[in-house]
Design a protein around this ligand. Structure first.
Ligand code: AMP
Ligand code: FES
Ligand code: ZN
Length: 311
């Protein structure tokens, strides 16, 4: 008879899963505790927010932001949390995401603000008619950043938390490093302070949680998450980046944590002062921060509406 491996924490239940890249064999109950404790430690270590602050949590319907909302609610039960969701108008996908977000906030008893992009007169699908063709992830990222800033401002939140996880951060780190984009690289920090009156403090409480851990937490705590992938995400740079990350960390369970530590403790302090962040002004159309007269968002809106009129 093969005896089950016991959980290294409680030493009582069979270890069903693992954390920290396979190094900690845990039972589901101890895994959930581990996850929530680690999220809490990251929030405190990087001074992401205080108990008095209103925190907006960007929830997409996916496992990461779902795990973020649930773990923050459990780790900080008295925190004033408001969930923000953008319905991007992606056919066969966005309505499904919104319904999962609605289920989750109901379970968590959290206030929800939904913004339907169609109210702006366009959707993410409409960008396929522009020069972006089938690569709409780039304008989608710009749209999401702008709308989330706007929503956070409207609900009076000083902090905006997103579900970026360890794998997201490291794969983007590799990409920005090799393309020499050090301005974007510095923006991967766990906390970004506002540089403009319309900006909120941006925080990434899942910076130390891997994609696998987010998925396990979502599974064990039964978070309602989307069952579909975005139809526009096939073959994107972020997927490619994650494949490279996986092959680099094969056989070295420490790789991801060592790289994160190197990034936070060595690279950032070394380059932060040397990398000149663009001087921010206010966009002449929307008033939101921009490095040029008209911001990236307003330029994309103009582009997508121009093709809309021609069609
Ligand atoms: P992504 O850019 O899709 O990798 O998502 C990164 C993070 O942005 C997610 O973990 C969420 O916190 C947030 N986010 C993405 N899409 C949405 C959305 N439609 N509504 C609200 N927040 C979102
Ligand atoms: Fe933005 Fe898929 S969610 S293109
Ligand atoms: Zn603008």
């Amino acid at each position: 008879m093969i005896l089950p491996i016991l959980c290294v924490k409680c030493k009582n239940q069979p270890a069903e899963t693992s954390a920290v890249e396979g190094r900690l064999k845990l039972c589901p109950k101890c895994f959930i505790e581990y996850f929530e404790r680690r999220v809490k430690e990251s929030v405190q270590k990087f001074h992401m927010f205080t108990h008095e602050e209103r925190v907006a949590v960007a929830v997409s319907g996916g496992k990461d932001s779902g795990a973020l909302l649930r773990s923050l609610k459990r780790a900080f039960p008295n925190l004033d949390i408001v969930a923000l969701h953008i319905n991007l108008g992606i056919n066969g996908y966005s309505e499904h995401c919104e319904s999962k977000v609605r289920e989750l906030v109901k379970e968590e008893c959290v206030e929800l603000n939904v913004f339907k992009l169609s109210e702006e007169g366009f959707t993410i699908d409409d960008f396929r008619k522009t020069l972006y063709k089938n690569e709409v992830c780039s304008p989608c990222g710009i749209v999401k950043r702008h709308i989330l800033d706007r929503m956070a401002l409207e609900v009076g939140a000083k902090v905006l938390a997103t579900g970026h996880n360890l794998d997201d951060i490291l794969s983007t780190l590799l990409h920005t490093f090799f393309s020499g984009d050090f301005v974007q690289l510095v923006r991967l920090k766990p906390v970004l302070m506002p540089q403009h009156p319309y900006q909120t403090k941006k925080v990434k409480p899942l910076i130390k949680m891997s994609e696998f851990e987010d998925y396990q937490y979502a599974l064990y705590t039964e978070i309602p998450i989307r069952e579909l992938n975005c139809p526009h995400s096939i073959g994107t740079k972020s997927r490619e980046g994650k494949k490279i990350l996986e092959s680099l960390s094969k056989g070295n369970p420490n790789f991801k944590y060592q790289t994160l530590s190197l990034f936070l403790k060595k690279l950032i302090p070394m380059i932060e002062d040397k990398v000149k962040q663009p001087n921010l002004m206010s966009c002449i159309r929307c008033g939101f921060p921009s490095s040029t007269e008209v911001c990236a968002y307003c330029k994309r809106v103009e582009m997508v509406k121009r093709v809309g009129k021609r069609a």
